[in-house]
Design a protein around this ligand. Structure first.
Ligand code: SPV
Ligand code: MG
Length: 570
């Protein structure tokens, strides 16, 4: 569902706009009646253009007469459920508007806010009785009903919301002249369409009305009693919307009656099995397949996750940061009033990740942030970042989110990373242009199986490319993107890192590599080792959601971003 995104006129209401288009186009639109989300879903899937949230159906489903016995709330609940479960416009039958103009104002606001595309109100007196019930069918004075239409049009918040005025003059036996007089007055009062209702067994009076209607507003008809006329014939005379108001209800009543009596007669349900919907169809109508897909995509975010932030290194090697990073680890650099690490922890907490381990080394004494566990890495000066990360220890039934200590990131990026299912996933910059960047500074280059799509408006499809190679020494011409400092490992994935590390050390000890280099391995060296050992490493492409604090310019920019936000968080 979609709807009225914010308060105030001119807001966007997608389904209402669609209903407006349906009313304006030369071809006829067809709506099917429904009383709940199930009926609306079946109507949507069948290919109807819109759903008529029928008062008759809703009343029947509650076991009460269609005579204003139910309240607005019950009609609204039913229509809202239909709007939530379909993507086609819902036109709500709102009887006489549930009272006077004051009730109409509240009604329009409520139905519009619920995602309903339009309402229909009829010119009878409250309490109304269904149009096909013989006897009392009393009309409201024209002036009173015109007041309701104007109240309705003034109450709507999006320009697109549709108000249909329903003329009951023919139903009440007042003839064509009265019907035309009323229809004209309602169109002049601002009704977006006029529903001309009839309980005649033939379409004659409707066709005469249409002939004499000066097209002041699109026409809507409900051919329940004059059902022999086809949609094509109604289209030919210019009807904009045709409503089959109650056929789902009547079809299901008959189907249930037949099925129930066969079950009682035969003594089992075998005889009916092949004529009723399967449980699989029931699950599909519920949206179970979608729920399963959502579960896969989003619920993983709730799995136990620990964060490892390697903050042991000395970043004062970067000339422009020398003064700032000399006395404190990068993690504690002040970003507009708060240490970088604290900003990281706050963002992680906001997505429900509490277990944050910081690997300390250089100026370990300066790391002072609440809500983190400090793991001191004694040999930080002799080793590289790979050793720091692994000093966090094996993951016990948890995933590991590894985050460099010099990157700021937002909750969306973390959520997207946490919804990945692969064992090893690296977040990479989709918009990185290696050619333009060549030589600016050492980067963690990444070559993917295929070049990423170069657009800001890329969708997260859940399928991630594999990383072919990674490292600072790759040639810019061979790479597609850069690693941005966030990576996710399943428990198995973190185990792969540990295995790769052991294997590299053994090789080094056997003299294949210089031992010192191996122990100084960077994170990307370790990932390359995992790839070389034949395990897939995946890339989550992103074009937004992070900032790295590498140089003084980055630092100044980060401070100004947070200053502009006035304390708001990422
Ligand atoms: C309804 O479906 O409730 C209607 C249409 O208002 S009718 O039953 O034809 O009056
Ligand atoms: Mg009705």
């Amino acid at each position: 569902m979609n709807s009225v995104c914010e308060l105030g006129r001119n807001t966007m209401h997608r389904e209402a706009r669609r209903l407006r288009e349906l009313l304006a186009q030369p071809t006829i639109a067809r709506a099917i009646g429904a009383h709940d989300a199930l009926g609306a879903t079946i109507g949507d899937q069948a290919g109807f253009d819109a759903i008529w949230s029928s008062g008759l159906e809703i009343s029947t489903s509650h076991g009460v007469p269609d005579a204003n016995i139910l309240t607005m709330t019950e009609f609204l609940d039913a229509a809202a459920a239909m709007a939530r479960s379909t993507s086609i416009p819902i036109v709500a039958d709102c009887d006489t508007g549930f009272g006077n103009s004051n009730n109409v104002i509240h009604m329009v606001r409520s139905f519009e806010a619920a995602g309903v595309a339009g309402v229909s109100i009829e010119d009878k007196l409250f309490p109304k009785v269904n149009s096909f019930v013989p006897g009392r069918q009393e009309l409201a004075p024209v002036a009173e009903f015109v007041g309701k239409i104007m109240a309705a049009k003034n109450a709507q918040r999006s320009d697109d919301f549709v108000v249909i005025a329903r003329v009951e003059a023919l139903v009440a036996g007042h003839g064509i002249e009265e019907a035309l007089r009323r229809g004209r007055a309602y169109a002049d009062a601002g009704a977006d369409a006029v529903l001309i209702h009839s309980k005649s067994k033939t379409p004659d009076e409707i066709l005469e009305f249409v002939r004499r209607w000066e097209a002041r507003a699109p026409l809507v008809v409900v051919p329940t009693t004059y059902h022999q006329i086809s949609a094509q014939e109604l289209e030919a005379v210019g009807i904009a919307l045709l409503i089959y108001a109650n056929h789902g209800l009547r079809a299901s009543i008959r189907a249930m009656q037949d099925t129930y009596s066969r079950i009682l007669q035969t003594g089992s349900t075998s005889a009916v099995e092949s004529d009723i919907a399967s449980m699989t169809e029931v699950f599909e109508l519920q949206g179970m397949p979608q729920m399963k897909a959502d579960e896969k995509a989003f619920l993983r975010a709730g799995e136990p996750t620990r964060v490892v932030i390697p903050a042991a290194g000395d970043h004062s090697g970067e000339a422009s940061m020398r003064e700032i990073a000399a006395d404190v680890p990068m993690a504690m650099v002040d970003i507009h009033g708060e240490p970088l690490l604290q900003r990281q922890v706050e963002t992680l907490n906001r997505v429900g990740v509490q277990d944050v381990r910081v690997i300390s080394g250089h100026r370990a004494d300066r790391i002072d942030v609440e809500g983190v566990q400090i793991v001191h890495h004694e040999r930080w000066a002799q080793t590289g970042i790979a050793a720091s990360i692994l000093s966090a220890g094996s993951a016990q039934q948890a995933r590991t989110l590894m985050i460099f200590s010099d990157v700021l990131f937002d909750t969306d990026l973390v959520r997207r990373l946490l919804s990945c299912n692969e064992d090893v996933v690296l977040a990479v910059n989709r918009q990185f242009d290696p050619a333009a960047d060549a030589g600016t500074r050492a980067r963690d280059y990444v070559a993917l199986a295929e070049a990423p799509v170069q657009t800001r408006r890329a969708l997260e499809t859940g399928s991630h490319q594999t990383v072919v190679s990674i490292g600072k020494t790759l040639h810019p011409a061979e790479v597609h993107t850069e690693f941005i400092g966030l990576a996710l490992f399943s428990e198995k994935g973190f185990g792969l890192l540990e295995e790769a590390w052991e294997a590299a050390l053994v090789r080094a000890d056997e003299g294949f590599h210089e031992a010192a280099d191996t122990r100084k391995a960077s994170f990307t060296d370790l990932i390359q080792e995992v790839i070389d050992r034949g395990y897939p490493v995946h890339a989550l492409e992103t074009s937004s959601g992070w900032m790295e604090i590498h140089s003084f310019d980055d630092y100044r920019e980060a401070c100004s971003v947070f200053a502009r936000r006035g304390g708001a968080n990422t």
